[in-house]
Design a binder for this molecule. Structure first.
Ligand code: MRU
Length: 338
């Protein structure tokens, strides 16, 4: 599969159009910051690591458009960083590329490309670590896993995080079935996770979000595996709305919940989940399904895109180099902060 987001040598971002899947696989070309901002806002590009890469690429676009005008580049970069507040990767990607601004446009582009290149290796590593932990938590059998939203290749540049761990387990012959929650209102589970599981050849079933808790209670799930948009210093994890409810159900049944994310999603400057800004999205996302109205047109709506699951409800947060477990981080190998 093509990278979810990439940089074309002619100075344009290419992005798999995640609004079009699964009906159509198409790759868009985004040549301006305006186009990138719109693509992030409407979830053409989504998922925390993919947003991080896009943030860096957005600075590359701005640097090429305004050579010799660093103030303008910084202003454009801020527009990109501000589109979605919860996934810390987005602002981090922007800041990482901006740090090369004084070295010239080519250096900014090179830094953005480095973010892309690192992503797959990082994701493969964290997926191996998460798969090892899941087999330790649920030994001796192929696993029945439940996931929400999409934390696969489409949420990253390549490979995936939560779904990357599922892929790693599947390659080890250790996946019995994945239950994919459809993930209202925008159906990332139904549209994207199911598409990826199908492409991978992993056995799966789709369920409505409200079936997830009872599937856990009925003993149909060995572990819940999800990604994250921001992990606080104390291990609290923000992820797609509905993760908290699944974690509550999992805690009732003694089912482990494992959050799988890169170090770039862990924000040690955010002390706890209470400090994470939760994005609220447009009312019409809830008042419609695939554009078709499902309620009265002016119905007031509550539409948080994410929720926070406290660390005490998580068996672990696993990154490429660190694990949060039993109330503390352990670091396998020190990773330089870019
Ligand atoms: O609103 P989205 O689709 O960007 O939300 C994405 C998620 O919640 C993912 O689970 C998270 O970004 C982790 S992706 C590896």
């Amino acid at each position: 599969m093509a990278r979810t987001v990439d940089w074309d040598d002619d100075g344009v971002i290419t992005a798999i159009d995640q609004r079009a899947l699964p009906a159509e696989f198409r790759v868009l070309r985004l040549g301006t910051v305006d186009a990138l901002v719109a693509a992030i806002a409407d979830l053409t590009i989504r998922g925390a690591p993919a947003l991080g890469a896009s943030g860096a690429l957005g600075v590359a676009l701005a640097a090429r458009a305004h050579p010799g005008d660093p103030d303008r580049v910084r202003a454009e970069a801020e527009r990109v960083a501000a589109v979605r507040p919860t996934a810390v990767n987005l602002r981090r990607g922007v800041e990482r590329a901006l740090r090369r601004l004084d070295d010239g446009t080519d250096a900014v582009v090179a830094e953005a490309r480095a973010v892309l290149d690192e992503d797959e290796a990082t994701n493969r590593r964290l997926s191996r670590r998460a798969a090892d932990l899941l087999t330790e938590l649920c030994p001796g059998r192929p696993l029945r896993l439940l996931t929400l939203c999409n934390s696969g290749a489409l949420a990253t540049v390549a490979w995936g995080t939560g779904l990357g761990a599922v892929r790693e387990l599947a390659e080890r012959g250790l996946v019995d079935e994945v239950l994919a929650c459809e993930t209202r209102p925008l159906l990332q589970g139904a549209r994207l996770t199911v598409w990826e599981l199908h492409e991978m050849g992993v056995a799966h079933r789709l369920c409505v979000d409200s079936a997830g808790a009872s599937a856990i209670a009925r003993g149909l799930v060995d572990a819940v595996v999800v990604g994250a948009d921001r992990v606080a210093a104390n291990g609290d994890a923000a992820n797609k709305i509905g993760t908290y409810a699944l974690a509550c159900a999992a805690a009732q049944s003694g089912v482990p919940v494992v959050v799988v994310a890169p170090d770039s999603t862990v924000d040690h400057a955010t002390a706890s989940g209470a400090d994470i800004v939760i994005e609220e999205r447009a009312a019409d996302e809830v008042r419609t399904v695939a554009g078709v109205p499902t309620t009265l047109p002016d119905t007031p709506v509550y539409n948080p895109a994410f929720d926070v699951t406290p660390a005490r409800l998580l068996a672990a947060v696993v990154t490429e180099a660190a694990t949060f477990r039993h109330g503390a981080w352990t670091v396998e190998t020190p990773v330089p902060v870019p």
